[in-house]
Write a protein that binds this ligand. Structure first.
Ligand code: KG4
Ligand code: ZN
Length: 338
């Protein structure tokens, strides 16, 4: 018999819901993005995000059921992101999912957002079976993780300062490219020379698998300021390409070190920055050179979505891990705490 999971995601600026069959087959994947609203402010405004989630969540969930051709009665469990993320936005999804669970009597499953991003890979065919190494790169996280098995994670390295996506967004803003910066830098970089500027590739001494992007970001900002003071023209495409190359070089080299050290032969990418074309190509090439099997979800499953939450929720569900109705939002939820 098939198992149908409804997955709800509202941790940042996407209100999303999806129905997934047997943790694998996506029957619907509805994403209502607030990017246009937050772009006016140059970044996500938590209070505005919360209000928009409240206005949209009902319709998004209804559409996901309708597109799947199902009703609430057909759903076996409701999975929802309960952290990490912005507390107001998280509370909207958690409260809504709790109400659905209470009203229908179906089990509630709290999902860690980072585990959700990793689980987007389980929606692929073929999909990676643990153990595998996963690099989760998003607006809020840069985590290099050894996935021992579902629910058991060892964080091998993480960012000591800015997340990779945050660095993209800040540099894009300085270049006048607008929000969110990642896709804009990606596009602009295609026209530029990645070797034009040698921006620093920072390494963290304490743990060589940790990341630091604030030095790189400052170096780009200082360079842009120096041009401004001299009244010289900014070669936006070259700066974008050189900055992107510096980020990708570090992400690839740390990931390959993690694979070498662990001896694991499977690698997966996840999170919004995993949509980056230069990162996808660079990682695929480095994996091929080492005989490592490489997995990356399509961009629609890299960005925040409900399908990845349903995929993770399904795996918790079949392990009997369900949440009680006193589930609360945990803005700084850690991955190992699962
Ligand atoms: O996973 P996500 O949708 O939300 C969070 O959980 O943070 O990631 C959003 C981040 C933003 O920082 C955005 O600029 C970045 O992913 N991003 C990209 C690309 N597409 C989205 N960064 C680089 N290149 C892209 N193509
Ligand atoms: Zn995310």
């Amino acid at each position: 018999m098939s198992v149908y999971l409804l997955g709800i995601e509202s941790s940042c600026d996407e209100t999303a819901a999806s129905v997934v069959r047997d943790g694998k087959h996506i029957l619907s994947n509805v994403i209502s993005s607030q990017i246009d609203i937050h772009a006016l402010y140059g970044g996500v405004v938590p209070e505005i995000a919360s209000r928009n989630h409240i206005e949209r969540i009902s319709e998004v969930v209804d559409s996901s059921l309708k597109e799947a051709g199902l009703t609430l009665g057909d759903i076996d469990a409701v999975a929802v992101t309960f952290g990490p993320g912005l507390v107001g936005p998280l509370l909207v999804g958690v409260s809504y999912a709790k109400a659905l669970s209470f009203g229908t009597g179906k089990p509630l499953i709290g999902v860690n957002h980072i585990e959700g991003h990793i689980s987007a890979n389980y929606l692929l065919d073929p999909s990676p079976e643990p153990p595998f190494v996963c690099l989760v790169v998003s607006g809020g996280h840069t985590h290099l993780v050894n996935v021992h098995k579902f629910g058991q994670y060892e964080v091998l390295g993480m960012s000591m300062d800015d997340a990779a996506g945050e660095a993209f967004d800040k540099v894009a803003r300085a270049l006048g490219l607008g929000y969110p910066g990642g896709p804009k830098i990606d596009k602009e970089a295609r026209l530029g020379d990645p070797e034009k500027y040698e921006f620093p590739r920072a390494h963290v001494d304490k743990n060589e698998l940790d990341f630091s992007f604030s030095g790189l970001k400052s170096s780009v900002l200082n360079y842009l300021n120096s041009l401004k003071m001299r009244d010289e023209e900014v070669r936006v495409a070259d700066v974008a390409a050189s900055f992107q190359k510096a980020v990708v070089d570090v992400l690839v080299s740390h990931s390959m070190s993690a694979l070498d050290e662990s001896g694991i032969k499977r690698f997966a990418l996840a999170g919004g920055v995993a949509s980056n074309s230069c990162l996808r190509v660079g990682m695929e090439k480095a994996c091929a050179e080492r005989g490592i099997e490489f997995f990356v979800p399509p961009p629609i499953l890299c960005t925040d979505n409900g399908a990845m939450i349903a995929a993770a929720g399904y795996r918790s569900f079949i392990q009997g891990k369900v949440s009680s109705l006193d589930l609360n939002a945990v803005p700084n939820l850690r991955l190992e705490a699962m």
